[in-house]
Design a protein around this ligand. Structure first.
Ligand code: SF4
Length: 275
């Protein structure tokens, strides 16, 4: 048994003889029992609300139920009645080429380039056989012009070799073309052929997460997650609506939630600051 020195014995605080003296004090007039009663009352659900399961975390993501989705679609439709692709085109080939050119470039810039391009090379065979230097010159201002020229020519060569110069009408055939992914294929299907397709670009990716429609981050997974949530006949328009809304209101850095008509139906998933 250790022995205390005379000094430590002198400095030691006398132990309280009052029971409960060292416990945390409750508010005056509230004993241990009243504290327990208050805690129990706090755990009770408000009338009409079910008990949350023990250990359950608060839900931030409202399920994309049909009523909420219908409300979102109705508002988006009223907000953007003019929704359509901004890329000017006269046929499926022109839209396909314009979509390839729109990578890392604005639609306005692409629209400035394509009239001269399609006048000089009016079909897939002409584009496939074009002199590389001349083609690059015509599309130079869209950026990454060497890669884009190469992609356009390889894609057009595929169209000529496999489809007799006509742009195919199925997702499988389109994505089998050189350099054509699901996004480009869905743009062509939806806007040139009227075949519904969900185009997942950066805006659709961001907004579908903020709106609580999916937790997926990969564009292809987002597309597949949205398919059962959005009525098929509205897939193409839905993409246009989200793209326009993403450009005008739900911008990347600070979404304009205070003026957003979707706000009552939006869980704002992942939004940390807004204006
Ligand atoms: S409420 Fe905010 S986060 Fe939701 S769609 Fe509108 S701007 Fe985007």
């Amino acid at each position: 048994m250790s022995r205390k020195s005379p000094r430590s014995r002198r400095n030691a605080k006398p132990a309280s003889r009052m029971p409960g003296k060292n416990r945390t004090r409750t508010a005056p007039g509230r004993g241990r029992q009243s504290v327990r009663a208050a805690a129990s009352a706090a755990r009770k659900p408000a009338r009409g609300k079910p008990h949350a399961p023990k250990g359950a975390r608060p839900r931030r993501l409202a399920a994309p139920d049909a009523v909420r989705v219908a409300a979102l679609l109705g508002i988006l439709e009223r907000l953007h009645p003019e929704a359509a692709t901004a890329l000017r085109h006269a046929n499926a080939l022109q839209l396909l080429v314009a979509t390839i050119l729109s990578a890392q470039c604005t639609d306005e810039r692409v629209n400035m380039v394509t009239p001269a391009l399609f006048e000089r090379f009016p079909d897939a065979a002409a584009l496939a056989a074009a002199g590389r230097a001349e083609l690059e010159d015509l599309i130079r201002s869209t950026g990454f012009f060497r890669n884009k020229a190469k992609a356009i020519q390889a894609c057009c060569a595929d169209i000529v070799a496999k489809h007799g110069g006509a742009v195919p009408r199925t997702l499988e055939e389109l994505t089998a073309l050189h350099g054509v992914g699901r996004k480009t294929a869905n743009v062509v299907l939806g806007n040139a052929y009227g075949i519904p397709g969900i185009v997942v670009d950066t805006h659709v990716q961001r907004l579908s997460q903020r709106l609580g429609l999916t937790r997926e981050k990969d564009p292809v997974k987002i597309e597949f997650a949205l398919m059962p949530v959005i009525p098929r006949e509205r897939w193409t328009l839905f993409s246009h609506w989200l793209i326009l809304h993403g450009r005008q209101v739900c911008v990347a850095r600070k979404p304009r939630c205070s003026i957003c008509p979707l706000a009552p139906h939006c869980p704002r998933t992942g939004v940390t600051s807004s204006q």
